[in-house]
Design a binder for this molecule. Structure first.
Ligand code: SF4
Length: 437
């Protein structure tokens, strides 16, 4: 008797096109066979936990449309789960394909379970954050078993991908202690793993127990997102030995998950000067054999708090055009506070602009069609059609409406008024008189 495929990758390797692969093929204008082949190779992932019934699956891979993740979740200072659920709905409406629940306060399981019940986007978590909250015990008192059990709990709850900070080892502790980095470790999960290893003297439990965790992920078809504990937290640390040593470990761990048909993506920088981004994407693709790259920014300068959705969008566009498949949004509140609804909105739109710009540059099928429709709408001075193509129609409408021309016939905006180039050209080409005064 043939067994049921354990994971999307297992199915793909056995020549089976799953309903999720067929749906992704349709959305991406690819053939089912192309998607199946890429999933089999690990170059495309479809995070889809067996238990996430409300999921509308998406594929992640550099040859597909660039996807956007939104981080949410309560903290000790901002802890209203209903507000977080509103942010989830707003994120999905604005086009986010994934939600990471990074809650670090209270009873996190009901919110996680509700997300997996109601959210059509992929759901991701970082189990190491949740371990302290789940057990309500200090970090140093937790055992390796406790961490593994939290991964299992999240997998059972229906989470589609988990970030695991497996890439740091005892030698990383020594290297960081030697003071080689300007910003040490800025990954929240990475810092917790580092602190646990420092306090207990033990090896990284996510590294040491990796094969066991892979089996849990195989059982539930949870995708492993290999966390970048050593992502540079400032330009000075970009592409340093610490980041590269971790990446080499992540390459080995990618293969070990693939050996058990478990899907993998690899997380990346961080803060990084623009001239290093393309090279980093190439190195990652080579070391991790084409596994999709999930970048956190990259932020291309350190000096714009309040505007880091812009510094990240610049880096994200460059990264995605150079091969990254998945962008983690960054909001204006980055480095400053938990984002509110407006921060979330601005962060998503900035990431979607970056993703879309990269998709056009990469020649992703159909990526430019919306821009062409916008050009036609602009040439026709058809404002409703322009709003329909806008990434954020509400903002576009509000700006025009608040500053409409005094004598508004809909044939200009208040920027140039009667000197509107589009109007003048339309009239001149139609043989009409161009009246300016
Ligand atoms: S008035 Fe100027 S900015 Fe406005 S639509 Fe015409 S050309 Fe564009």
């Amino acid at each position: 008797m043939t067994r049921t495929p354990a994971t999307q990758m297992d199915a793909a390797r056995r020549g089976i096109v799953t309903p999720q692969m067929a749906l992704v093929a349709q959305k991406e204008r690819r053939t089912s066979e192309e998607i199946r082949g890429w999933v089999a190779e690990g170059r495309v992932i479809i995070p889809a936990n067996h238990a996430h019934a409300s999921l509308e699956p998406n594929g992640i891979g550099s040859m597909l449309r660039t996807k956007v993740n939104v981080n949410l979740g309560v903290s000790r200072d901002v802890r209203d789960y209903d507000v977080e659920m509103q942010k989830v709905r707003s994120a999905v409406d604005l086009g986010a394909e994934a939600i990471m629940d990074l809650s670090s306060h209270g009873d996190t399981q009901p919110f996680r379970q509700r997300l997996c019940r109601e959210c059509p986007a992929m759901v991701g978590t970082v189990p190491v954050y949740d371990a302290v909250i789940h057990y309500q015990r200090d970090l140093a008192t937790l055992s390796a078993d406790d961490f593994v059990d939290v991964v299992r709990l999240h997998a059972e709850d229906g989470v589609d991908f988990v970030t695991l900070h497996c890439g740091i080892a005892r030698e990383t502790i020594d290297e960081i202690r030697r003071g080689t980095r300007r910003m040490n470790i800025v990954s929240r999960g990475g810092s917790l793993v580092f602190a646990w290893m420092s306090m207990t003297g033990n090896e990284n439990p996510f590294l040491e127990r990796y094969d066991e965790i892979v089996e849990i992920c195989r059982e539930h078809d949870v995708t492993i997102s290999l966390g970048d504990a050593c992502r540079p937290g400032c330009l000075a640390d970009a592409t340093d030995g610490c980041q590269m040593a971790e990446l080499l470990r992540l390459g080995e761990l990618t293969q070990r998950a693939w050996d058990r048909d478990v899907q993998v993506m690899v997380e990346g920088p961080g803060h990084m000067p623009m001239d290093q981004i393309a090279a980093n994407m190439k190195v990652q693709q080579s070391v991790c054999k084409g596994a999709p790259f999930y970048v956190l920014g990259p932020l291309v300068t350190d000096v714009a708090p309040g505007y880091d959705h812009i510094t990240a969008a610049i880096g994200g566009a460059l990264a995605a055009a150079s091969g990254a498949a998945f962008l983690c949004y960054v909001t204006p509140a980055e480095h400053l506070a938990l984002p509110n609804m407006d921060d979330v909105r601005q962060g998503i739109i900035a990431s979607r602009i970056a993703a879309h710009a990269a998709d056009i540059a990469k020649g992703i099928p159909g990526a430019r069609e919306r821009d062409d429709r916008m050009a036609d709408a602009r040439r026709a001075l058809d404002w409703d059609a322009q709003f329909a193509q806008a990434l954020d129609p509400a903002i576009a409408w509000a700006i025009r409406d608040s500053r409409a021309p005094e004598d508004d016939h809909g044939d200009t905006c208040s920027m140039c008024g009667k000197f509107c180039a589009v109007r003048s050209m339309n009239k001149a080409l139609a043989g009409e008189r161009v009246d300016l005064l």
